[in-house]
Write a protein that binds this ligand. Sequence first.
Ligand SMILES: *Cc1c(COP(=O)(O)O)cnc(C)c1O
Length: 363
Amino acid sequence: MNSILNELVSHWIRPEIRALSAYHVQDATGLVKLDAMENPYTWPDGLRDEWAQLIRGTDVNRYPDPSAGELAARLAESMGVPEGMRLILGNGSDEIIQMICMSLSGPGRCVLSVDPGFVMYRMIATYCGMPYVGVPLAAEDFSLDVSAIRQAMDQYQPAVVFLAYPNNPTGNLFDESHVLEIIEAAPGLVVVDEAYAPFADASFMSRLGQHDNLLVMRTVSKMGLAGLRLGFLAGPPAWLDQFDKVRLPYNINVLTQVSADFALRHKAVFDQQTAHIRDERERVARALAELPGVTVYRSDANFLLLRAPVGRAGEWFEGMKARGILIKNMHGAHPLLSDCLRPTVGTPQENDALLKAFGEVAG
Ligand SMILES: *Cc1c(COP(=O)(O)O)cnc(C)c1O
């Protein structure tokens, strides 16, 4: 080891960055991939051919449309963004979280969210030098502890509160009135992250403009376009005009712009896929709940959170993997998630394989 090099690195890299572990993606080679909330369905051949034609006619020698105007208009229309609201597009909604934090960070400014919640809020807050305040969810049903959140907001005056609706990794939708109470009491912004909107029947999109501090974030990842890396933020132009200044030029590449626009013109295909996934979610949830000692939590997303008997999650996770099924082991991620596993809902065949394997590891 070169100790001078190591000294240089530890001198210059910020301590909070050195303390982080990089975002870990599990190796899925040869496994049924039910760990990352992806849509398991690919495109029908006809659609693929049409898309290939479109890509063939797309030039990559020029920079893309810097504001991705056409795609933004398509997204606004297909996702029901209210008139008068603006959109900003990101290379995944992760990049949007980063733009928000970069615009808000400064002495005394923190990010608040709930735990267990989406890990990127904490990670990106840290990248941007902002303290992260995580308020625990209620232990019984992962609902919002509104009085604890109000107390934390009073104490820490967060610049932004992120709420995933439905929540990841718990899958539940928070009570709408609880979220409204938080929006009304928050000193700064509230970003409602609707990554799982295609699998839920609830949204704050239509409320944009009714609260000065409300923004809604969406992504096309979970509806079936995870490989394109595209998310967006919708809200009053007064906020978004500011965030747009920290957006890197040309952040949405030309292939994503063309492909996402094309996909949204065929949104019915994806709506059908997500409807299948929702049906399968109910079937898989019922079957998992039959396993001895297992609790399955209500999900409005495309994954399920289940609690295995005490002390068994690690062994079950490995047992599933040995049977060719990759899920996510949540045990250890947060005290409220002890013994918890999180499988994504797949195709009916994948789900049958998942249920068979679960039956074996539990049996
Ligand atoms: C998956 C997920 C995202 C990230 O979406 P990308 O657009 O793929 O970056 C954001 N929020 C939540 C709650 C998620 O689960």
